[in-house]
Design a protein. Sequence first.
Length: 138
Amino acid sequence: MFENLNWWEIGALLMLALLIFGERLPKVLGDGLKMLRGLRNMAQGATADLSRELGTDIQLEDLHPKAFIRKHLLSEEDEQALRKPLQSLFDDVKQDLNGVKSELSDVASAADFKSTPKTTAPAESSRPAQQRYDLDAT
């Protein structure tokens, strides 16, 4: 949740909270946590009621419309029939992308002038010494 904030920004937010709420800060934090617990309990109660009325075990993630339809309205044969035309297309695209990825990695390794080639030491000693140029300077 706070992965894009550094420690200084979190500290500044805490100081701002102290300035705004002052001595009431513990009560405000407690009220906020109580509200979150209440919301969580309401969501769990709603999923329990829905599970009881539908007669199936339902989770909070199953309430997404696509997941709900897939789980409760479609049989496995219907789902496979819907996926079958798209699966071959997906496999073809995946195979093409893997080919492009391997070709790009080959081109990138061939174009990488700063890395040393992966050859054995005797083969390098038989070649004449090449002049090294600073590619950034030219």
